[in-house]
Design a protein around this ligand. Structure first.
Ligand code: AMP
Ligand code: TRP
Length: 326
């Protein structure tokens, strides 16, 4: 039987936080053992908000390095920058012609971002480019955090609409969302998700943060006015978020964490969470530090070449379907 194809992307803006890691990246890494994986640093998605070009170029390389340090293996997976494979944008244009503007108006990420950054056409059509990323390779499965569910639904809608209008071309991609960690919350406001764009740096822990920073951020993490360490999203979202982070990084069950730290006070508990986070991220940090920029740049070039070849084969079939071939 043919191996299933997995596709996912991450924007190279700001730094990768433990929400990205626990919600998506850990699955990216795991899936490499079994599936044909394609992972993309989605730089074209990132430029939908204003950025400094020089800084962005640096951030893009750092994102590639961080993903490799976290376990993306360019020898096993196809790994490249989105902008270096023009078939993504070509397919996005074609899919755009079958996308209703009403549907785009309902996308919550667009609404959030355009409130903050001001609207533009790129931000508006962002979900169509994302659908193209996935459908370009006929991906079967897409490991993401919960916030991307709506975009995956749009992707499936577009696949269905295309297949109906032009003939069966795209399989229906399934999201792969972890049971726990799919929505890691802000350390400062546990009712909002941890986000790269939150102006408050204390709201997140980056996968490359040094141990002191990690400890400081966890000490300041918002909890509640009780003292009990108990897993309860409704009543104790701050504490619950920390329990979940700890459980995911140590493999210890929620129940055993509750038993161990239940009545010991938040101070002791937060120190233990900090130990778990520091230990869990240490291998990523040291791998990142050992990496050579020029070598990673070369790997990305090679990835783009391979991706272009693969994408072109698929894209030719789309052109034929639509009447654009020959
Ligand atoms: P982005 O940083 O927007 O490119 O997101 C990269 C991946 O991380 C996507 O699959 C997101 O769904 C996931 N993600 C982002 N924020 C969180 C979060 N707070 N908790 C869990 N997953 C997240
Ligand atoms: N929209 C995703 C995010 O904000 C990033 C992304 C772009 C993506 N293209 C993708 C994720 C394709 C999965 C598959 O996190």
């Amino acid at each position: 039987m043919e191996r299933k194809t997995v596709f996912s992307g991450l924007q190279p803006t700001g730094n990768i936080h433990i929400g990205n890691y626990l919600g998506a990246l850990r699955n990216w890494v795991k899936l490499q053992d079994e599936y044909d994986c394609i992972y993309c640093v989605v730089d074209l998605h990132a430029i939908t908000v204003p950025l400094d070009p020089t800084q962005f170029n640096r951030d893009r390389l750092d994102a590639a390095k961080a993903l490799i340090a976290a376990g993306v293996d360019p020898e096993r997976s196809l790994f490249y920058y989105q902008s270096q494979v023009p078939q993504h944008t070509e397919l996005a244009w074609i899919l755009g012609t079958i996308t209703g503007t009403g549907q785009l108006n309902r996308m919550t990420q667009f609404k959030d971002k355009s409130d903050r950054a001001g609207s533009n056409l790129g931000l508006y059509s962002y979900p169509v480019l994302m659908a193209a990323d996935i459908l370009l390779y006929r991906a079967d499965a897409v490991p993401v955090g919960e916030d991307q569910k709506q975009h995956l639904e749009l992707t499936r809608d577009l696949a269905e609409r295309f297949n109906h209008r032009f003939g069966d071309e795209f399989p229906m991609p399934e999201p792969i969302i972890p049971e726990k960690g799919a929505r890691v919350m802000s350390l400062q406001d546990p009712t909002a998700k941890m986000s790269k764009s939150d102006p408050d740096e204390n709201s997140r822990i980056l996968i490359l943060d040094d141990p002191d920073t990690i400890r400081k951020r966890l000490k300041r993490a918002v909890t509640d006015s009780e003292t009990e360490v108990r897993y309860d999203w409704a009543a104790k979202p701050g504490v619950t978020n920390l329990i979940e982070i700890m459980s995911l990084l140590t493999g210890e069950s929620v129940q055993s964490i509750e038993t161990e730290y239940g009545t010991g006070g938040y101070g002791t508990f937060k120190d233990a969470v900090a130990d778990a986070v520091v230990a869990g991220l240490a291998p990523i940090r040291s791998a990142f530090r050992e990496m050579d920029d020029a070598e990673v740049a070369r790997l990305m070039q090679r990835g783009a070449l391979d991706a272009r070849t693969r994408a072109e084969g698929f894209q030719q079939a789309v052109r034929k379907r639509v009447g654009l071939a020959g």
